[in-house]
Design a protein around this ligand. Sequence first.
Ligand code: G4P
Length: 531
Amino acid sequence: MSNSDASVMNEAARRRTFAVISHPDAGKSTLTEALALHAHVISEAGAVHGKRGRRGVASDWMAMERERGISVTSAVLQFEYRDCVLNLLDTPGHADFSEDTYRVLAAVDCAVMLLDAAKGLEPQTLKLFGVCRTRGIPVITFVNKWDRPGREALELLDEIEHRLGIRATPVMWPVGVAGHFEGLMDRRDPGFVTRYSRTAGGATRAGEQRLPITRSLEQEMTGLLSSIEEVELLQQLSLDHEQEAFLAGFSTPVFFGAAVSNIGVRSLLEALIDLAPAPVGRFTEDGGEVPLDDEFTGLVFKVQANMDPAHRDKIAFVRVCSGIFERGMMLAHAGTGRPFTTKYAHSMLGRERTSVDRAFPGDIVGLVNAASLHPGDTLTEGKAVRFPPMPVFAPEHFAVVRGTDPSKSKQFRKGVAQLEAEGVVQVLMSDRRSGQAPVFGAVGPMQFEVATHRLQHEFGAPASIEMLPYTLARRTNRAGLELLGSTHGVEVLQRMRDGAFLALFSDRHRLAFVARQHPGLMLDLLAAQQE
Ligand code: G4P
């Protein structure tokens, strides 16, 4: 084994690449900040996400995001803790951008499922958990907002087990019911309780005090006796963490806390290091495997433009899958064989960019001037391997987008092609509609706003949106184009990206009716969410 093979294996072994999946408002931004705070990346909460009046606006890049207080784009936060390097990939909070979130999940090795203690499993969490399960991503659960009244801890475990079909195995257990948070018991360290002292506004790390249970009883922790009983019950039910079952997706270790007060966050951070998997070799499209110490390979999971109005360029986010990335190295696009220079490689924290000189499996590199790269592309040092394609979604919202300034038709076309290439929307065309008025398909309507905002501000091509009454898309073929073309309530369009024919239907009844009339035409009855 050469020195560089040894260093790639050692460096990969200390990487943890993960994302937080949650329903909006469960506290993802708050938890991200709390993790950064514990790892000493920031000294005061409010520096990274800066939502709603907090300091700074590092990860929100578009005016629209700031107005709405949502984060549309994905930033990557890299930090060191103990002897590990953690890569936290941010995912958009709003359900309308779930397609982006799915792409991010193609680049992680583990996910933290964040639940609001009062709400338990919410629709977006269920959807995202489904993706983790399909992709075989192990999931750690963090029950947040324990400082507020909420559900019972045992009831939450039950919900996870019954609705997700995996065993919920608590590693930490709360003392005191939700809303009366008195401390945490670590099931691996019986006989002790950790108490926390809050800091003003949760801006700095909470103080921790580890006390023997007997002392805690003296200190009148009112919830302690019932917590001890519950922990005994967990023992009887054998709800203990098992590493293999967790890695195989059969169980999820559960943690409790309050991200806003930085309580319980350190145990989660420790779990990411002790339990979450390091990168391993990746499977390729043809079923082969690229070992970690092979030549460099990387997966483009996101292409993003206009992160910062001061730099109007495109950045491709690449997850290093094998080998060592060195800035300046010459890569090849696995699909086309075209060379790609990597002179400008960055790591991203919100708006701030720093040059990356070397990166190892699990790391994320932002490549600038990435106009020719698309999500799902593979970059290699020369070897002809390709990773499986990114999931493409069945759009559920459709709109005609028209350039409103005829003198800007060229800019409009260029902008539309770029939005399609980045996967911001799916662009659908037909002979019956003019090229100046393509149909956009989206998973959530807010994607249209992002698209028109960018057409206007980035490409100088103002555009209007007219919503269409379709809600479902099914893949069909050329015969479908001819046969269904004159059917009421149905329209067939061709997707710009891959030439696929999509039949759009106003509702399920119309779809069922057409499917009965023309059996054999619906090539693919797509699943509701994912193709
Ligand atoms: P998101 O990124 O998942 O959408 O959630 P975000 O972190 O923005 O948190 C949503 C709301 O929940 C915020 O309140 C935040 O302060 C609150 N929150 C997060 N973690 C906790 C927690 O552990 N305990 C309690 N009690 N609240 C928590 P907000 O009022 O909407 O915004 P803000 O004014 O506090 O920023």
